[in-house]
Design a protein around this ligand. Sequence first.
Ligand code: LLP
Length: 419
Amino acid sequence: MDHFDYSDGVLHAEAVALPRLAEAVGTPVYVYARATLTRHARVFRDALAVLPSVQIAFAVKSNPNLAVLKVLAAEGYGADVVSVGELERALAAGMPPERIVFSGVGKTQAELTRALEVGIGQFNLESAEEGLELAEIARALGRTASCALRVNPDVDAGTHGKISTGKAENKFGVPFDRAADIYARLAGEPGLAMRGLALHIGSQLARLDPLEAAFTKVGGLVRAIRAAGHAVTHMDLGGGVGVPYKAGEVFPQPADYAAMVARVTADWGVTLMFEPGRVITGNTGVLLTRVIRVKDGAGHPWVVVDAAMNDLARPAMYDAWHDFAAVTPDGTRMTANIVGPICESSDTFAMARDIDTVARGDLAVFRTAGAYGATMASTYNSRAMVPEVMVDGDRWAVVADRIAPATILAAERVPDFLV
Ligand code: LLP
């Protein structure tokens, strides 16, 4: 459920009519509904309340906007970060350092140092090498780093290949059959406090069984590590729960996920940690765009909108589907291709799609754009950096400015040797 509904024939974000925002801020623009964000945060958190001890670290990469992080911090969420940039955002949003988890396959020395200095709650180590480096830095700083070892369970998540992370051929984590040895080695390393395992097998999972298979497999590893005399007090089960992108699709609900986790982890006796991203933010946002013109084609007409692959990269990168809807539909339908203005054919949002009839100047939205939307934007083709707006009831605010091409140009330099 979201809060983007029609009222008197006009699509609204909560109580704000989208044409008002288009007029005030221009298009393209991401629009977030605070009510949806809060609701999703609560539904997920409340579903997990069936588990004895839980920590939720929002996957900042899915939507790092400061206002979004503020809302989630107020709901008791910590953060899963993958760069010092995300770390600073989580801190700026007021997330307590001890609720911050640092994931990522290539944390630099500078990043590890900063995270130790601010006292984050957990490092998810991706290798023995990383653990040894972190131990050295921790000793030099006179600190102890709480760590989980990320395991690659070699389970197929059944999602798009580019967002699968838990197969042996993926770069993430340590191989399953070496995990117990690496854990033992790192547990003996001064400067580190090994407290558990982490896994994340992929994103936009449509089914729970790959997650269940991975958790079950890793449960066996917990027993083996404990049998070897090491402590396991925290288990980080990652993110990955998918959301429907097409109207009518049915996806596992947070309650189904929580029930599965409760069943699989019943005898683990640990604090369970979660890193949800898309399930919290996906449906909290739309990308509002204006039709530049409708161009006749050899087949279906081309609806050329002012949003492009630089603003919403998912269709170009993963062939992802985003529902498209007119802001003031007239009740008729057309079949069309929807494309942006960028000069390559991958700048295509949809082909031969049955959509609301739109014409030059009309406003429309791509739905379910709150996760991996604005955060993946670029300025390709010297386009502006897309802005973001948050709505709260009948109030709204720009929460990220549009960065004009002129501002980006002003940051470039022509070196002396060229003049
Ligand atoms: N934890 C880790 C270690 C991750 O790598 C990710 C996502 C998450 C948690 C959050 O996963 P989620 O709950 O959002 O599925 N750009 C792609 C998605 C990339 C996901 C990367 N990792 C897309 O637009 O579909």
